[in-house]
Ligand binder design. Structure first.
Ligand code: MG
Length: 377
């Protein structure tokens, strides 16, 4: 596939490689190998039982972290192919980007972050990296999945200066304010396109938001008008699907057009030139970026803060904090492997060392596992 790639796309030849050097794969690209390791990981299988917005047991039709990650990958691959970026790499980044997510979505992450505030905090983005670098534990020759630098770079979307200083080469760009490769930039925006649109779909399906009210946003009104004039009386479910389908198309097309125009203007010769750009080259036009922001705000106010979602959020926070308190004061209640690691962490780094292992254990839980563990206490 590399013959068709743009000169500034990431390839095996300009890659910074793996932390533990390996022979190149026989029939795959380096980035297909990354993707395959991610799909075969335990953390990836757990995504199916982790909340996106709705807790996993609320209904079988809502997105989970797994289907979310697949939607991100599919959007990112379309754009990558259209603008000749490395499709295998964006797929690997997309599938791995949420591996560090706690049970119960953002509520779980906020609760765990609060529990860890005296020990460096908890951040799901950084945790995704920790999963692929250290916590996955199935290869004979190295810890973690030993992914390429560029897949790891894409997973680490943002990072505080303090954390960046501890991350070595991967943290450098946050300190020197360089850009990541275009594939990383793309996976990040594909994530945004995916969740905003599928949250509209899930929000409408749940009845927590309403299409007529949502149509106060011009971008939704535009799509709804097209659907209603072309397909009058198709029924609400198909109408919603057509609106969301149209929206995704709208954002993806704008992303491709705008990014191409910016790349043409900047005329980067190679990957190094991409990194030195003053700002990302992958992005929306101003009107579409604004529409995305407005949509995000609407969802925050009307869906994520809806009383039914907030009730779940409060419960989830209670469960996570309770589990954290119990495990940090009684390591023996953890499974043997974690208990041993927690004691070792405690001996070497004090209570923060033990707390980090407890956070790893809780973050790895699925929604239903966390509920069961909480009940068992
Ligand atoms: Mg995501």
């Amino acid at each position: 596939m590399s013959v068709d790639l743009a000169p500034y796309a990431v390839t095996a030849s300009n890659s910074r490689g793996r932390r533990y050097p390996e022979d190149p794969p026989a029939y795959r690209t380096e980035f297909q190998r990354d993707r395959d390791r991610i799909i075969h990981s335990a953390a990836f299988r757990r995504l199916v039982y982790k909340t996106q917005v709705f807790v996993n047991h609320e209904g079988d039709l809502y997105r989970t972290r797994l289907t979310h990650s697949l939607e991100v990958a599919q959007i990112a691959r379309t754009v990558a192919r259209a603008i000749r970026l490395n499709e295998d790499l964006v797929e690997a980044i997309s599938l791995a980007h949420d591996l560090g997510h706690t049970p119960f979505g953002h509520a779980g992450q906020d609760a765990l972050n609060a529990c860890m505030r005296n020990f460096g905090g908890f951040e799901h983005n950084l945790q995704s990296l920790r999963v692929v670098d250290r916590l996955e534990n199935s290869h004979a020759d190295f810890p973690g999945l030993n992914l390429t630098f560029e897949t790891r770079e894409g997973i680490l979307k943002h990072c505080s200066a303090a954390n960046a200083r501890q991350l070595g080469d991967l943290g450098e760009r946050f300190l020197s304010r360089e850009q990541p490769g275009l594939e990383a930039q793309l996976a990040n925006i594909a994530d945004e396109i995916a969740y905003n649109n599928h949250d509209v779909d899930d929000g409408l399906r749940s009845g927590l938001i309403d299409l007529a009210e949502l149509a106060e946003l011009p971008i939704i009104a535009e799509q709804l008008e097209v659907v209603q004039s072309q397909h009058p009386g198709i029924g609400e479910r198909r109408e919603i699907h057509e609106v969301v389908r149209g929206l995704i198309g709208e954002f993806v097309t704008d992303l491709i057009d705008t990014s191409c125009a910016r790349i043409e203007l900047a005329a980067p010769e190679d990957l190094a030139a991409i990194r030195l750009q003053p700002r990302p080259l992958i992005g929306f036009s101003k009107p579409r970026a604004e529409a995305m922001t407005t949509l995000k705000q609407y969802l925050r106010e009307h869906l994520y803060r809806h009383p039914r979602v907030s009730r779940m959020t409060e419960q989830a926070k209670g469960i996570v904090s309770k589990l954290f308190d119990v495990y940090t004061t009684n390591y023996e209640r953890l499974p043997d492997e974690y208990a041993n690691r927690a004691r070792k962490g405690h001996d070497t780094h004090g209570s923060g060392g033990g707390a980090r292992v407890v956070a790893d254990y809780i973050a790895g839980m699925t929604d239903r596992f966390a509920l069961q563990a909480h009940e068992a206490l």
